[in-house]
Design a protein around this ligand. Structure first.
Ligand code: AMP
Ligand code: TRP
Length: 333
């Protein structure tokens, strides 16, 4: 529980690529929806991005751009603590401590690690392996009650819970046990070219994803090229993954249920559905894009947000870190 008796929410997105509508619909939109109900911390997790090679200049730009996207998507910097992960050293320090309580077996079972390491092969870094421990530190340092994420992050949150329980049992109650918070729609937006896969900012083919900052004609082009099927019926079902994904996107943006969408498009082909998905996305994203552009022209404002937020985040995170250190037997300075 935070100040004002509100529960605490924490989440983050990696600045490892430009943000997609998967990040927007699966994460950001939910963060905005709950901002009055929780005391919230939202972080640009730049240290997580380092688990794969980044161009330093690009990483700097993207970190700021992502912060601007958080604000432009509707997160009020007065209501939420919007900060940059590397500005709070306690995250790295707590990671080491938690590393000493995490089993190699647990980390080896993480699906995201298995997928990514298979792709990378020999040169997979130790950072990629221990990445979920850094994520656990992020979450546990803030006494987080809920973690709003897309469904792909559920396994990582379960590990954070296991580590919290393990530490609490070995010492004494230290951490709040966090719960994942996953919305009914938008929790898994699929790849437009291979709709059996999650939409990801790191896909090789740019037609596979739509970026939050894609201009209207790019959105139109990518949606028109989205893979469907030759069944020709607008139906939300497992054997029509491409069409179902378009329905999910439309449903999350317009708040119509998939059932209502099926009814609306009865007897119509995919062209009308695609045109309407395009319009809905353009309408949703245009104001966000305009605000991002304005914010990026005002670096002083962005700086004031991340500096003030880092002060607050450091204060809270250090309190938990000191508690951990004390319980483990490290001598206070
Ligand atoms: P990442 O891009 O991996 O840093 O993910 C940041 C947040 O966006 C996490 O909460 C993810 O679960 C969410 N997310 C990423 N891709 C998708 C997707 N395709 N559909 C829904 N949520 C997603
Ligand atoms: N690992 C998450 C992802 O790739 C990002 C993340 C890092 C995160 N730390 C977090 C999400 C803490 C929620 C809470 O999506």
């Amino acid at each position: 529980m935070g100040n004002n008796n509100k529960k605490i929410a924490f989440s983050g997105i990696q600045p490892s690529g430009d943000l997609t509508i998967g990040n927007y619909l699966g994460a950001l939109k939910n963060w905005v929806a709950i901002q009055d109900d929780f005391e919230s911390y939202y972080c640009v997790v730049d240290l997580h991005a380092l688990t794969v090679r980044q161009d330093p200049k690009e990483l700097r730009l993207r970190t700021l751009k992502n912060l601007a996207i958080y604000i432009a998507s509707g997160l009020d910097p007065k209501k939420n603590t919007l900060f940059i992960q590397s500005h709070v050293p306690a995250h790295s320090e707590a990671t080491w401590l938690l590393n000493c309580f995490c089993y190699i077996g647990e980390l080896s079972r993480m699906t995201q690690y298995k997928d990514k390491s298979q792709k990378i092969g020999e040169s997979v870094s130790a950072g990629l392996f221990t990445y979920p421990v850094l994520m656990a530190a992020d979450i546990l340092l803030y006494n987080t009650d809920v973690v709003p994420v897309g469904v792909d992050q559920k396994q990582h949150i379960e590990l954070a819970r296991d580590l919290a329980v393990r530490f609490n049992n070995l010492y004494s109650p230290t951490f709040t046990i966090p719960e994942p918070y996953i919305a009914d729609t938008g929790a898994k937006i699929m790849d437009l070219q291979e709709p059996e896969k999650k939409m990801s900012k790191s896909a090789d083919n740019p037609n596979a994803y739509i970026l939050i900052l894609d201009p209207p004609n790019t959105i139109k082009k990518k949606i028109s090229r989205a893979v469907t099927d030759d069944i020709g019926v607008v139906r939300y079902s497992e054997d029509q993954p491409g069409v179902s994904n378009l329905i999910s996107i439309l449903s999350t943006v317009t708040h119509m249920t998939p059932k209502d969408i099926e009814k609306k498009y009865e007897g119509m082909g995919y062209a009308q559905l695609k045109a309407d998905v395009t319009d809905a996305l353009v309408e949703e994203l245009s104001p966000v894009q305009k605000t991002v552009k304005e914010l990026l022209e005002d670096k002083t404002y962005l700086e004031s947000i991340y500096k003030n937020s880092a002060d607050k985040a450091n204060y809270v995170a250090n309190k938990t870190l000191r508690k951990m250190q004390r319980k483990l037997g490290l001598i206070p300075r």
